[in-house]
Design a protein around this ligand. Structure first.
Ligand code: ADP
Ligand code: MG
Length: 510
């Protein structure tokens, strides 16, 4: 080998060494980055942990807060609002009624035909439309004119099809799923907006009146004779089908719950008399807060960036509006450590770009190579081809966030049951014989409605599992979670019907 050949060989060897060391360096860096990402995941898991002992603390906190909210106005973050609904539908309601359900994402118009016998909802017809984004932050007149016009179209179409022109004035139940201070069973004042709505001129005004005026402006002959919350509607339908239904929970864009309380337990309204001795209480549990809730830095950032900081803390951890965005925040944090997410994806910085249904699709992707996950990451977040181990990581994040949400919702439900003595704890405490304690536990039904619960199988499974863990194998079978599809809307029609037939006002407020 000549001198040149030696130089060349040495040069090649040096180059090979450099390449090798660069590759080794890169591998070491990637390994370190991966370790840091795994640390982010571990911290998330620790921060979101909901062992059953912690859930029991949440159960206790919920029932304590419920009590405090019933003792005095402002006594708790739980508003525990009176609904003026004290007689749930009996099953004897008859006739055709309309309902309007303004939730968070969609609004639904329903026409419900009642046959007059329990479970005889002859038919119901639903039209569901998204609420245009600009109407969520406009004026009340714009929002209600749009709703009234849609209602008029629906009524005309339905009555054309059924060739039915009513001899009497049409009656409507209005489900309005925002915090309202009821002034009667058919009227109430908006306390505040939630779920991304900001229509300032509505706050403090009578919600039914706004709708009634818009209906009149559109020349429709219809009377708003029930104003309810979606939880109350769901409870009404639940109770209509099954008299053991004592509470209702919404798990959709937002979350809330109501339940049947003894009137004499509503201490802040001493002397309240109802014929049934009961009153449905709208908890507004989205605003529940307790130091026992497992809160992470992602929750704090989400809260700080929201239009309503320090508000709706429970809702921000468990409802469909927020879960996807918590996941987005975690992935964003991970992308700071790991460059496989590609160049600083600007899409990942866009709030709420990762909607909860997409997150659920990723979570429930059962293809071996997680194709759906890759597709969503590519189409929604504009990530390049993501390696399988990172896709698995994203699924894990979805799992942690949803598992926490579902388990906290379960703890909230048991909190209600504890408040009304339906969690079996009394029986267990007093009974030496377990079989006897179980026989004391009455069958108890909780009606649930909302897209998060009905469409997200893993959420449902986690919730059911946590219910059994908290209540214990003995008691759990006595507590039944029942899905009420369209419950909030049909319930409004049922209450419109029962209000229309009950002629005397049987509530006495001191
Ligand atoms: P609203 O709360 O507006 O009355 P829904 O009860 O239909 O409406 O709930 C809609 C919400 O449910 C959506 O905003 C979304 O967060 C959630 N959701 C809908 N579909 C799914 C799904 N497939 N997986 C998870 N969450 C879903
Ligand atoms: Mg709804």
């Amino acid at each position: 080998m000549g001198k040149l050949g030696v130089k060349l060989a040495v040069g090649c060897a040096v180059a090979a060494c450099v390449v090798a060391s660069v590759m080794v360096g890169r591998r070491v860096r990637r390994k370190r980055a991966w370790r840091r990402v795994m640390r982010v995941l571990e911290e998330l898991e620790e921060g979101c942990a909901t062992p059953v002992e912690r859930l029991r603390q949440v159960v206790d906190a919920m029932s304590v807060e419920m009590h405090a909210g019933l003792v005095s106005e402002g006594g708790s973050k739980l508003k525990m609002l009176l609904t003026f609904v004290h007689n749930l539908p009996s099953g004897s309601e008859k006739g055709t009624y309309y309902a309007l359900d303004l939730g968070g994402t969609n609004f639904r118009i329903l026409r419900v035909q009642l046959g007059g016998q329990r479970s005889a909802i002859i038919g119901h017809y639903v039209d569901s439309r998204p609420i245009p984004q600009h109407l969520m932050t406009g004026t009340s007149e714009e929002l209600f004119d749009f709703i009234a016009l849609s209602l008029k179209d629906f009524v005309e179409m339905e009555e054309n099809i059924s060739e039915h022109s009513p001899s009497e004035r049409r009656e409507l139940g209005f489900t309005f799923s925002f915090p309202v201070k009821q002034t009667s069973s058919s009227s109430g004042i908006l306390i505040k907006w939630t779920k991304g709505f900001v229509i300032e001129d509505m706050v403090g005004r009578d919600v039914s009146e706004c709708l009634q005026q818009a209906i009149s402006r559109k020349g429709l002959d219809m009377r708003v004779n029930a104003l309810i919350n979606d939880t109350v509607g769901t409870l009404a339908v639940g109770h209509y089908h099954d008299e053991d239904t004592v509470a209702a929970v919404i798990l959709g864009t937002g979350t809330n719950a109501c339940y049947l309380e003894r009137a004499d337990a509503i201490i802040k309204c001493q002397g309240l008399l109802t014929t049934s001795g009961d009153m449905v209480v709208n908890m507004e549990w989205g605003n529940f807060w307790s130091a026992h809730l497992p809160r992470t830095s992602y929750d704090m950032d989400l809260d700080a960036d929201s239009p309503n900081p320090y508000d709706q803390g429970f809702e921000k951890m468990i409802s469909g509006m927020y879960l996807g965005d918590i996941v987005r925040r975690v992935i964003l944090r991970m992308s700071e450590e790991l460059d496989v997410f590609g160049p600083e994806s600007s899409k990942l910085h866009v709030p709420f770009i990762l909607r909860t249904p997409l997150m659920a699709t990723m979570h429930e992707d059962d293809t071996p190579d997680l194709r759906e996950v890759a597709k969503i990451l590519r189409d929604t977040l504009e990530f390049p081809e993501i390696p399988l181990n990172v896709r698995k990581l994203v699924v894990r994040v979805c799992d942690v966030v949803t598992c926490r949400a579902a388990r906290l919702a379960a703890a909230g439900i048991v909190g209600i049951l504890k408040k009304i003595g339906r969690d079996g704890s009394g029986g267990i405490a007093s009974g030496k014989n377990e079989g006897a304690s179980r026989s004391k536990m009455r069958r108890t039904v909780v009606a649930v409605e909302g897209g998060l619960f009905t469409n997200y199988t893993l959420f449902r499974e986690y919730l059911n599992e946590a219910m059994t863990q908290i209540l214990g194998e003995e008691i759990a079978p006595s507590v039944i979670i029942k899905v009420m599809e369209d419950g909030s809307g049909i319930g409004a029609a049922l209450l419109a019907a029962s209000h229309s037939t009950s002629s005397v006002d049987t509530i006495q407020i001191p």
